[in-house]
Design a protein around this ligand. Structure first.
Ligand code: HEM
Length: 414
């Protein structure tokens, strides 16, 4: 018991540190306002804050784009029924927004099934997007954004069309599995006769508070994943991630973004056959701390990578086919994407292979940025041998709803 005062001192300091910071914004993270970052935070998250943290539904941008990644994710795509039309789509977006506004504030929606009744909002975010078919079925083709082009076929793709595309898309994130499932179930039921489920996928990330000193999340290959992402504090962050403001037919997309969704299977047994140095050469970063291979001893995750650095034997420190070299904006004429995905694991195949990988979601001002990077990666990236793109979709994600508005109102009623 001699060290009890010290233990109390530490936990009290940690609690005050985090609760104080959270309290200043009413226990809300400022995702919709676009201020939340991905950088590692030094103070651990006390468990009580996990439940009570709410992410505002209303804002310039929809939540779930710059919001810190939650531990549970569901993504679901719907097709509008053939004769649904604009009126039915409008009512659907209104119903979905009303239910989301309540759930993200920790309130039960109408006719609640009570799955999450005694839980707080747990950082729930719900993000809505429109696929190309949405515009056709609602008679709004003339207002479909020019940037919303179909994804091209990449040579190494193994795409399942049944788990691709969709008229409507919802991304749900929360720091509690029941809260996340509740939102999924409520929104799926609200689709009523207007839209039917096309595909649905489930993912996860590390639980808040699981590490004493939270860092960038790891993926199922064991790598620190997200280091090279643009940061909300970067000068040109908004230009890279959010659609440019426009007048006229596409003005409804102001404050919006484009989501590219790829279910990328990891060939984990092949990956496990590599030695640790081989794995690090494939990515171009150390596996334990995420330091670029150009940094040498003493490098950290945040040490800038040097693509021009050579080893004493005249080989490139970051190999020519290393993932970070081929994917970097410097190698792609500046093309930048914000990666904010979830890991997935859907059990084992009959041949004993894990059906696991990344629900890879990128956010960008124009899907052309993803297409540029993926075109380069598909031919030149060493990682391509250890992954398989199995499904693909792209959605126009409108700006956030102002109080009193529903998501997509400026498209459907503008
Ligand atoms: C399962 C598939 C993938 C895995 C496991 C993976 C893993 C990684 C890892 C470990 C890093 C280094 C740390 C970091 O900066 O986040 C990285 C960087 C990056 N990846 Fe991937 N990645 C995958 C697919 C993709 C795809 C499909 C794209 C884009 C089309 C992409 C784009 C990038 C970019 C832009 C970077 C940052 C490069 C820089 O430092 O500038 N990745 N990825």
């Amino acid at each position: 018991m001699t060290n009890q005062p010290d233990q109390q001192g530490i936990s009290r300091r940690r609690l005050l540190g985090t609760a104080g910071a959270a309290g200043a914004v009413g226990l809300m993270t400022g995702a919709a306002g676009g201020t939340a970052g991905f950088a590692a935070v030094d103070s651990p998250t006390p468990i009580t804050v996990v439940g009570s943290t709410a992410v505002p539904f209303h804002g310039t941008h929809q939540a779930g784009i710059t919001t810190p990644m939650q531990s549970i994710g569901h993504i679901i795509a719907f097709d509008l029924v053939a004769n649904a039309g604009r009126k039915s789509a409008t009512e659907l977006m209104r119903r979905w927004s009303t239910a989301t506004e309540a759930m993200t504030a920790g309130r039960p929606p109408a006719d609640d099934d009570q799955i999450a009744l005694d839980a707080g909002p747990c950082s729930l975010t719900v993000t809505f997007g429109f696929g190309r078919g949405f515009f056709t079925k609602t008679g709004l083709d003339d207002r479909a954004p020019a940037a919303l082009v179909p994804m091209p076929h990449f040579p190494s793709d193994a795409i399942d069309p049944k788990r691709s595309d969709g008229d409507l898309w919802i991304q749900i994130g929360a720091d509690d599995p029941l809260v996340a499932f509740h939102a999924l179930r409520v929104l799926q039921r609200e689709a009523n006769e207007a839209a039917t489920v096309r595909w649905q996928m489930n993912g996860f990330n590390r639980t808040p508070g699981a590490t004493a000193r939270p860092k960038t999340v790891r993926n199922l290959m064991g790598q620190i994943d997200g280091t090279g992402n643009p940061k909300p504090t970067d000068k040109d962050f908004a230009t890279k991630v959010f659609a440019p403001d426009k007048h006229g037919a596409e003005a409804w997309m102001n404050g919006g973004s484009y989501a590219v969704v790829r279910r990328i299977r990891m060939l984990l047994d092949d990956w496990a056959d590599l030695t640790l140095p081989q794995q690090e050469q494939v990515i171009g970063r150390r596996k334990d701390n995420g330091a670029p291979l150009s940094a040498g001893e003493g490098g950290t995750e945040t040490t800038p990578m040097d693509l021009n650095k050579f080893n004493p034997d005249a080989s490139l420190a970051i190999p020519g086919d290393a993932h970070i070299r081929v994917a970097a904006p410097e190698s792609n004429g500046g093309a930048t994407v914000l990666r904010r995905g979830f890991s997935y694991h859907d059990g084992y195949d009959t041949d004993g292979q894990p059906d696991a990988g990344l629900l890879f979601i990128t956010w960008q001002a124009d899907p052309a940025a993803f297409i540029t990077v993926q075109t380069k990666l598909d031919g030149a990236d060493h990682l391509t041998r250890f992954i398989r793109h199995e499904s693909s979709a792209v959605f126009a994600v409108p700006g956030g709803a102002a109080p009193g508005e529903y998501v997509g109102q400026r498209l459907l009623e503008g």
